[in-house]
Write a protein that binds this ligand. Structure first.
Ligand code: PLP
Length: 695
């Protein structure tokens, strides 16, 4: 169990929420809001009264006014903002104070003894010391898949709201929940050997040294250390690994768990646990819980690689806890020797799975000839690939620009649309996704992808998928292009109706806008046809391709209708159309077009989905499937189920918050598909058996 405390400073709530969401583990979050409270109190004309007690502690006096402001700041604003941010990132957060359900109960202090004008006074103070935490309530919320987000006030003996020190609540929570890891995010880098030198962070402190530390530090840190001593006094053996770490940095919880800041623990008792974080424990659990896949040894190679990578990589992904090292067909192996059926399939880039023999041969052959040919020169593998691609396409789509990725294919399409029409606006679908570069990002529907980078390209008019009337209304003579995915991938596997695509075609024909189909994810057999537009028969003016085009090597393609193009010198790419990628892409097309693989796509997809459909677990709202593009819409966040599948030897991914997505290679065998279907229905049905999410 992970317990996180976020201090009362002005931390980046959204960044921390995102970081916590990527941990994919149950946790309880305790937070403060003292800076916000002070600002609010001042704004309301009730500035906080700071008093110094005779024993030398300064604190804010909690009179009735102060408790009102505290409720507004802690429970009303900060708590709900954190819940909002966590829910946005897919965590089913529930906001609570210690008052709710008597979650944290305490005893009111007698008051604060102060000296005023040489006299000793006892100031009445609505604050107290926490005594007990209702662990049953917290555990039952956790069992049901909720993440408790807790703050003050707590409940006094007669139910009165009391202010208290969150560090004392943390100590109680840690012992009540038997937390193995506690992360306390503060506005400092950790405990310092030299208080004037921020680079003198002490990496590890034994719990037995805390008394000494309490004497060394001052102010709020002294209070923290005192609470920490009480935490270790209460904790069983071996006790938690407690991290005091900087909350102002990016991904602060991940960094703390990876070793940033100061780690306080009972060193002797923790020695056998190595320096494993809860991540590594989870990896250990995963290994031992997967019969036949268990790897011996106390440490995880996967985690060791990830830890090293985390030191240097700007992490924008949130790692899934695995390091993959080898694979063939639909199976991959991790650094610890565990094997998985790969239903991530390179995020849909591996139509022919890993290391298909025909692709391996094409790669080996071209690697002995030439690795790079500039775009201005002829290149036989490029020529052969283009010829094979255009054999597969309708004749009116007769030219292609080659790049390296889906987003570049889209970027070229947007430039082509503007240059060809002389117009600026775009029409796209709600829930659409088209890549991460600035142009492609502008078209993406979800604000969370876009908002930190604005202003972007525009204007973009977004219409609900399959609402033809809205689309017809949006497309006028100011629109350069209508950009659509025939099946939305990242948006959660939503299929565009043929009527909607026909309406888009007609609207474009009428207004002169270009119709752009983004088949980056649906292309090359994923939906059972080589291209998804074949299902509706609607041919676009521009077709964007990437992902499965070259067996996992980087290659993108923007195909245009005859008569559409770009002026010489107005676009280009150094690596686009790389000869090795093109040789592999040509071999990919050979396999897809000359075998009966595409005919197998639907029945193999059915073998995966059928067990889920027939067992219909309560947690499943809907199963959407087009060939081997599968989206299972859940009633809960999907991430814990991705983890559960991984523990059972199946790699899957999410689409948005609550869609479990599978994009397995088209070479998945019937046996493998049945195995995946069985595991999937079992994992999803276990939620029914336990009446809650068991992970
Ligand atoms: N378009 C669609 C439909 C996609 O699904 C993606 C990626 O997931 C992209 C574009 C961007 O592709 P890439 O990641 O290769 O840039």
């Amino acid at each position: 169990m992970l317990l996180v405390k976020m201090g009362g400073g002005d931390f980046d709530t959204d960044g921390i929420a995102e970081d916590l969401a990527t941990l994919d583990r149950p946790f309880v979050l305790l937070h403060g809001a003292n800076k916000l409270r002070d600002r609010l109190a001042t704004a309301l004309g009730r500035p906080p009264q700071v008093v110094e007690s005779i024993s030398g502690y300064t604190s804010v006096l909690s009179d009735e006014d102060a408790i009102d402001v505290l409720l507004a700041a802690y429970a009303g604003i900060r708590n709900k903002r954190i819940v909002e941010a966590l829910r946005k990132h897919g965590v089913d957060a529930i906001g609570l104070t210690g008052l709710d359900g008597g979650l944290v109960e305490g005893v009111q202090n007698q008051g604060i003894r102060v000296k005023r004008g040489g006299r000793r006074l006892l100031l009445r103070d609505q604050s107290g010391k926490p005594r007990s935490v209702n662990g049953t309530l917290l555990r039952s919320l956790l069992d049901q898949g909720y993440t408790p987000v807790l703050t003050v006030p707590i409940a006094g003996e007669d139910g009165t709201a009391l202010n208290t020190e969150n560090d004392d609540v943390l100590a109680l929570l840690a012992s009540e929940l038997d937390a193995s890891d506690v992360v306390s995010l503060i506005e400092e880098v950790g405990l310092l050997a030299d208080r004037d030198d921020p680079s003198s962070v002490v990496a590890e402190v034994d719990a037995s040294e805390l008394e000494e530390w309490e004497a060394r530090v001052t102010g709020r840190m002294r209070r923290k250390i005192r609470a920490l001593r009480s935490l270790f006094d209460r904790a069983g053996t071996p006790g938690p690994r407690f991290r005091l770490s900087d909350g102002r940095v990016q991904r602060p919880v991940t960094r703390a768990l990876a070793g940033a800041g100061t780690l306080v623990m009972r060193k002797a008792e923790n020695r056998n646990r190595g320096d494993a974080s809860e991540f590594a424990e989870a990896a250990d659990d995963a290994r031992t819980s997967v019969a036949g896949r268990a790897a011996e040894g106390p440490t995880s190679e996967s985690e060791a690689w990830l830890d090293r990578q985390r030191h240097h990589e700007l992490d924008v992904y949130g790692k899934g806890g695995l390091t993959l090292v080898s694979g063939q067909g639909s199976r991959v192996q991790d650094a610890d020797g565990n094997e998985y059926i790969d239903c991530i399939g390179g995020h849909g880039a591996l139509a022919l799975g890993h290391r298909h023999p025909a692709l391996e041969a094409a790669l080996a052959e071209q690697s002995k000839l030439l690795w790079f040919v500039p775009g201005a020169y002829g290149s036989p593998p490029r020529t052969r690939f283009l010829e094979r691609l255009h054999e597969a396409l309708p004749p009116e789509l007769d030219r292609t620009f080659l790049s390296n990725s889906g987003t570049e294919a889209m970027e070229a399409a947007l430039k082509i649309a503007r240059a060809h029409t002389g117009r600026t606006d775009f029409v796209a679908a709600v829930r659409g996704f088209h890549g991460r570069t600035m142009g492609a990002l502008s078209i993406a529907a979800e604000a969370r992808y876009r908002e930190s980078f604005e202003p972007l390209l525009g204007p973009v008019r977004r219409v609900p998928l399959n609402r033809s009337s809205a689309l017809e209304e949006a497309v006028d003579s100011g629109v350069a292009a209508v950009v659509l995915e025939p099946v939305q991938g990242e948006g959660g596997v939503h299929v565009a109706d043929p009527e909607f695509l026909l309406a888009a075609r007609a609207a474009c024909d009428e207004t002169g806008a270009l119709l752009v189909f983004d088949e980056v994810q649906t292309g090359f057999g994923r939906t059972g046809r080589l291209f998804a537009f074949e299902h509706s028969g609607v041919v676009p003016d521009v077709l964007c391709l990437a992902k499965s085009i070259a067996g996992g090597l980087p290659l993108g393609a923007t195909v245009v209708r005859s008569g559409i193009g770009l002026e010489l010198g107005t676009h280009g790419s150094t690596f686009g159309g790389n000869p090795i990628a093109c040789a592999v892409a040509r071999a990919t097309l050979d396999v897809l077009m000359d075998s009966d693989l595409l005919e197998q796509v639907d029945p193999i997809g059915d073998l995966i989905c059928e067990p889920v459909r027939s067992r219909s677990p309560r947690i499943v709202r809907e199963t959407r499937q087009v060939g081997l593009m599968i989206g299972i819409q859940l009633k809960l966040p999907a991430r814990p189920y991705v983890r559960a599948l991984q523990e059972h030897g199946v790699l899957a991914l999410t689409a948005g918050k609550s869609v479990l997505r599978l994009l397995p290679p088209l070479v998945l065998t019937a046996g493998e598909a049945s195995e995946v279907g069985g595991i999937l229905s079992e994992v999803l049905s276990r939620a029914d058996d336990s009446r809650s999410c068991p992970w």
